[in-house]
Design a protein around this ligand. Sequence first.
Ligand SMILES: NC(=O)c1ccc[n+]([C@@H]2O[C@H](COP(=O)([O-])OP(=O)(O)OC[C@H]3O[C@@H](n4cnc5c(N)ncnc54)[C@H](OP(=O)(O)O)[C@@H]3O)[C@@H](O)[C@H]2O)c1
Length: 198
Amino acid sequence: MSKVVAIMSISLDGYVADPNDGVAEVFDWYMSSGDVEFHTGGSDPMTFKVSPSSAVHLRALWSELGAVLTGRRTFDVAQGWGGNHAWGPAFVVTHQIPAGWPRPNSTVHFVTDGIESAAKQAKAAAGGKSVGVHGADTIQQLLNAGLLDEIHVDIAAVLLGSGVRLFDHLVGTPAVLGNPTAIAGVGVTHVRYPVRKA
Ligand SMILES: NC(=O)c1ccc[n+]([C@@H]2O[C@H](COP(=O)([O-])OP(=O)(O)OC[C@H]3O[C@@H](n4cnc5c(N)ncnc54)[C@H](OP(=O)(O)O)[C@@H]3O)[C@@H](O)[C@H]2O)c1
């Protein structure tokens, strides 16, 4: 069954980007935590250079994914991933479809009728695989609506002090999560929690 999985790199003090939407510090482990190359695919491909344990972790996680769900700010910051996200078809929640989109030969879709509709469409498009979610606001809405199955955080060994927080604006707290699994990388720890549904 298709799961909805939040996947974010985060500083130890809870930020997913700095005050200017910069992710250099929390994404540093992707770029220079080892010598193992990991090729992302998609139409804006990148090559990560990670430790052996992070490479094992990335291969397993990415092979589970068949679609992506994000917020409009993440789409904007990522410049629309060149039109095709590496995880599969992308569903972007927004109040207004950006000028020039949707584009021919692109698998990026815009959802203007709410988070529930976006989750439903992304799950249907994932072909039985899971939906990876990016974007702090978007993840909070999914959690608040009971639509998130797992939280996966790559905890970077950095304290940012300020920026975009992952877990602002939660309702229904305290929310006790399921038992975590953890993989130690270099400069990062990969931790995955099941979300307990009410
Ligand atoms: N560390 C990581 O792994 C990672 C990964 C991805 C992104 N990021 C960072 O995270 C930040 C983006 O996260 P964010 O929380 O600021 O924003 P976000 O979740 O990416 O996008 C929020 C925006 O999406 C639209 N939206 C959200 N819910 C909606 C709904 N139900 N209906 C219609 N539109 C809706 C709204 O934009 P409109 O009103 O304009 O349509 C809203 O302002 C950036 O700084 C980015 O660099 C970090």
